[in-house]
Design a protein. Structure first.
Length: 515
């Protein structure tokens, strides 16, 4: 299966099996907004729970928080979002489509880079072992031209954005002859900055004063509560505050399903430390966060770090954890060493001291912050892309199976009486009623057992528990393993322990603590 096919299949699987639906679909949907169905909500809750417990339960110095989505408007002035949280956009007058000017330019760069790569590969084939790639890249006229054009785009875009000279960016789009993918024309509007925050107002009467924003990140709720949590929790530095919650961004280029949404959820940690120790903590969290991903059993090669070369003005180190999605390596999580930028700004704008008094040194200072920020929905997509498999089984049939980590699986076990008579459904019901207090289960007596197994494979249920005629006399059942399809006879009294051991969150957390 090629990557494009895989992605299409994951998207349609999500709809067919109740993981993700387009929002308000009966009204033709809403662009880049999605709803989670019966299986999606369970999977998403489990991913969130894994993150939450890894942060606030495994780490004694991390405390949780749930701040409101609405915040005082000054928050966003202080954080820089009112002035700087924007994307440069451009419209095509013929197709009426809106694009991010920087994305149009980046796509053009990708084309140039592919052309340069093609030239290099042709030369490699021609020269064989004696090929010196570095030399070729600096001497071959065509390759040099492509690489210079890429650098020219980088420099012009950077200068245009930094100086606010958006005319330069439009001129560059025209100079490169970039056309609208829909109309095919170069009939562009000027480039304008477009703030990504959604605004609303608090009072019934609209007035500038009351203008509110839907938060575009959860981090600011943590910064404004830093003193509240530190004092009420009597915590000493270093310590962290963890939060998950909905955020809203008016993304201009929303695409790739739930990869880029207008309403999504973040899981963020702000870790407060002593100035000067931040790079050590940054290295710690960089490693720790990758471990969190790998404990789920995803292949190591599917992940990579992407260190930022160009840093935001407030950061002194930044890295993305990228995953190899079917459309290439893309960011799933960002780790940033944010210095004391945010707390200093909030101190300045609020006039309230946001300092920590260190009883050991008798010093008072604004802590430095290391942030880890992951999108829950992007992690959801990653989890499905990594889990989706089609396998040939006996009889030339193909089964679709989601090889989800059992702790994340929406349903832990299906209870399946072989037939709808002879007391088997009653015994199934009894097992279900006994185990439902501890596990999310599914009980079904319709259709052949083979069909029922396939449906459970498709939603990633790790165990199917089948009750047959021998079960009644022997108090035992057959337990089928999703990944191997192996079947084992076990006593009914063993089921609880097996499910706890194999599907419980604690086994996953223990694994995380050991790697
Ligand atoms: P990108 O470069 O992809 O726009 P970003 O650098 O703006 O992401 P952050 O502001 O660092 O992202 O947000 C942290 C995480 O939130 C990202 O790593 C990603 O997983 C997730 N995220 C960001 N924007 C979106 C979105 N529009 N839809 C879904 N998830 C998102």
């Amino acid at each position: 299966m090629n990557n494009e096919d895989l992605f299409k299949k994951v998207v349609s699987h999500c709809k067919e099996y109740g993981f993700v639906f387009p929002s308000s679909e009966i009204y033709d949907g809403l662009s880049a907004v999605y709803d989670y169905g019966q299986n999606g909500v369970e999977l998403r809750n489990n991913i969130r729970q894994y993150w939450w417990k890894a942060m606030t339960q495994l780490q004694s110095n991390i405390l949780g928080l749930d701040a409101a989505i609405f915040m005082h408007p000054k928050t966003w002035k202080a954080s820089g979002h009112i002035d700087g949280f924007s994307d440069p956009m451009i419209d095509n007058k013929d197709s009426k489509k809106r694009y991010r000017a920087d994305v149009l330019l980046e796509e053009h760069q990708e084309k140039l880079s592919a052309k340069a790569h093609k030239e290099v590969e042709k030369a490699r084939a021609r020269f064989g072992d004696s090929f010196d790639e570095a030399m070729y890249r600096t001497t071959n006229t065509r390759v040099v031209e492509y690489l210079n054009a890429i650098a020219h785009i980088d420099n012009t875009l950077k200068e245009g954005l930094e100086t606010g000279n958006l005319g330069m960016i439009k001129a560059l789009i025209e100079e490169l002859g970039i056309v609208c993918p829909v109309s095919g024309t170069k009939n562009w509007t000027d480039v304008r900055q477009f703030n990504l925050m959604y605004s609303t107002n608090m009072s019934a009467v609209e007035s500038g004063e009351e203008n509110l924003y839907l938060r575009p990140e959860t981090a600011q709720g943590i910064f404004v509560n830093f003193i509240n949590v530190q004092k009420s929790g009597r915590t000493k530095i270093p310590f962290g505050i963890a939060q998950t919650g909905k955020v809203f961004r008016n993304e201009i280029v929303a695409r790739q399903f739930i990869m880029r949404m207008k309403e999504f959820e973040q899981m963020e940690l702000q870790f407060f430390c002593k100035p000067g120790s931040e790079l050590e903590w940054y290295a710690y969290w960089k490693e720790q966060r990758l471990k969190w991903h790998l404990a789920l059993g995803t292949e190591k090669n599917s992940y990579r770090y992407h260190d930022h070369v160009k840093l935001a003005h407030y950061a002194n180190a930044a890295v993305d954890i990228e995953f190899n999605f079917p459309f290439g390596f893309k960011e799933v999580e960002g780790i940033h060493s944010r210095t004391d930028f945010d707390l200093s700004k909030h101190e300045e704008f609020s006039g309230k001291k946001l300092r920590y008094f260190d009883p050991e040194t008798n010093e008072s200072y604004i802590p430095y912050v290391v942030e880890t920020s992951i999108g829950l929905d992007r992690m959801f997509l990653l989890t499905l892309c990594a889990a989706y498999q089609e396998e040939a089984v006996d009889g030339g049939e193909v089964r679709t199976v989601l090889k989800l980590h059992p702790a994340l699986a929406p349903v832990k076990a299906a209870i399946l009486p072989l037939v709808k008579k002879d007391g088997l459904p009653e015994m199934a019901e009894k097992i279900y009623n006994d185990l439902r207090f501890d596990f999310k289960l599914y009980i079904e007596d319709k259709d052949s057992i083979g069909k029922r197994y396939r449906r459970m494979d498709a939603i990633g249920t790790p165990f199917c528990i089948t009750i047959d005629h021998d079960s009644i006399a022997n108090e035992d059942v057959t337990i089928r393993y999703r990944d191997t399809m192996e079947q084992r006879r076990v006593k009914v009294s063993e089921l609880r322990d097996i499910l706890f051991k194999e599907t419980g969150m604690s086994a996953l957390l223990q694994k995380l603590a050991c790697i």
